[in-house]
Design a protein around this ligand. Structure first.
Ligand SMILES: Cc1cc2nc3c(=O)[nH]c(=O)nc-3n(C[C@H](O)[C@H](O)[C@H](O)COP(=O)(O)O)c2cc1C
Length: 171
């Protein structure tokens, strides 16, 4: 599968088989995160890989009861150990850098026949307490990972004409 095929194949998977993710596949997914680009190569991302069933049920509760968070055999809690770097453009580095790493993981997961779903709807204070994550470490997203129970339909996107402007901003 080439990169574009992985981009087109990836879906948000919210229903998982009761089947563990092989260690080598999990490592390959994590390796894709490790190789991601980051501002000034800061690499502030940190990942807590949760496979324990009891902990995953707690994470599900902290993710507003989204059932697939407890169903997925792996939840990757995507954090940052950050000095709070801000780019000249005014944007913080770590949310962007962690997001790129997550996207790398979703694409390699797709290549491996695994499903993922980004989860931003969670109470960070609860997740920190469950996993012993220090107050100073922001949690950017959770990422569920596992074999899809079914393949979701593709979701709608705006057309290129609606999102691309040429040479200057135009309405
Ligand atoms: C930053 C971010 C946060 C998200 N948070 C959630 C979430 O909490 N729960 C959920 O079910 N899906 C979540 N999603 C998945 C989106 O709903 C999904 O990507 C979008 O509807 C497009 O569908 P697709 O991923 O299948 O292409 C999130 C996606 C992103 C990128």
């Amino acid at each position: 599968m080439n990169v574009f095929q992985a981009i087109k194949t990836r879906r948000s998977v919210r229903s998982y088989l009761d089947k563990p993710v092989e260690e080598d596949k999990l490592l390959r997914v994590l390796e894709a995160a490790r190789l991601a680009p980051s501002a000034n190569n800061y690499q502030e991302w940190r990942f807590v890989v949760v496979r324990d069933d009891v902990t995953r049920q707690k994470l599900m509760a902290a993710a507003r009861g989204q059932g697939f968070v407890g169903q997925a055999p792996v939840v990757i809690v995507c954090c940052a150990q950050t000095d709070g770097h801000v780019m000249t453009c005014g944007q913080k580095c770590y949310p962007i850098d962690v997001a790129i790493a997550i996207d790398h993981m979703t694409l390699v997961a797709a290549e491996e026949g695994l499903g993922t779903c980004w989860v931003g709807s969670f109470y960070a204070d609860q997740v920190k307490q469950i996993l012993g994550i220090p107050e100073s470490v922001p949690i950017v997203e959770l990422l569920t990972l596992g074999y899809p129970a079914k393949t979701p339909q593709p979701t709608e996107r705006l057309s290129l004409g609606e999102i691309v402007k040429h040479e200057r901003w135009s309405d």
